[in-house]
Design a protein around this ligand. Structure first.
Ligand code: SAH
Length: 220
């Protein structure tokens, strides 16, 4: 009896997580801190129970309201790109969703801020952070196109929903040398961009083609 139960827990636990991390490393994720954060963070907590057994496949999963938790590879890739040039202190995420990306960031960055326009998703994410004892994440239910001006400037901003154009307010809320990782464009033709604020300009690098849910206006 006990054995069966332990095996059941194992299915959504460390062994499957290790396998996912091996796959990410094999797929080109090099940052050991990012890989470690993904090894330590239980992804099955961030989806409904019915999907828990699929939580360690390298695939996007539905989280309700037509939204999705990104594929682990994309989470790893964006986090790696954000931290590529050294550690950051304060990071803002646009699109809390399930809270998984924020939970990964919380293991790598001292202060994480995350905003979500759907109140119910934001409340669920708050409960998950509490359950995991992640005390360094602050959430806000609002339209993330505006960023979080009261907490700016940020060393990094990561958007997990795609606007058609980069919102000016997000650029303004980057500190000097701050980095913005953001998917931009219409569905089917989005590009993941890395913008760095220098003293003279905003430098842009195109990382890769991606497919994100749209960044919508307003909250609900
Ligand atoms: N980072 C999330 C991915 C969620 S999908 C995770 O790890 O699960 C993208 C999220 O962005 C959705 O929850 C969607 O509601 C939210 N979103 C879309 N437009 C937004 C906006 N303008 N402001 C804040 N959140 C937004």
């Amino acid at each position: 009896m006990t054995k069966v139960r332990l095996k059941g827990i194992g299915m959504t636990s460390q062994r499957t997580r290790n396998r996912l991390v091996e796959r990410l490393a094999g797929g080109g994720i090099r940052d050991q801190f990012v890989l470690e954060a993904m090894r330590e963070t239980p992804r099955h907590i961030f989806v409904d129970e019915a999907l828990a057994s699929r939580a360690y496949e390298d695939t996007a999963l539905p989280i309700g309201f037509g939204q999705t938790l990104s594929q682990p590879y994309i989470v790893a890739r964006m986090t790696e790109a954000l931290l590529r040039d050294g550690p950051l202190r304060r990071v803002l995420e646009i699109g809390t969703g399930s809270g998984y990306q924020a939970a990964i960031l919380a293991r790598l960055v001292p202060e994480v801020y995350t905003v979500e326009r759907i109140g119910s998703l934001s409340r669920k994410a708050r409960r998950r952070f509490r359950e995991l004892g992640l005390g360094n994440i602050r959430l806000r239910h609002c339209d993330g196109k505006m960023g979080w001006p009261e907490q700016a400037p940020f060393d990094g901003i990561i958007a997990t929903a795609a606007p058609h154009q980069i919102p000016q307010s997000l650029l303004e809320q980057l500190g000097l040398q701050g980095r913005l990782i953001i998917p931009v464009g219409r569905e089917g033709i989005q590009k993941l961009l890395l913008i760095t604020r220098t003293s003279e300009a905003f430098e842009q690098e195109i990382l890769e083609p991606v497919s994100f849910v749209p960044m919508l206006a307003g909250d609900s």
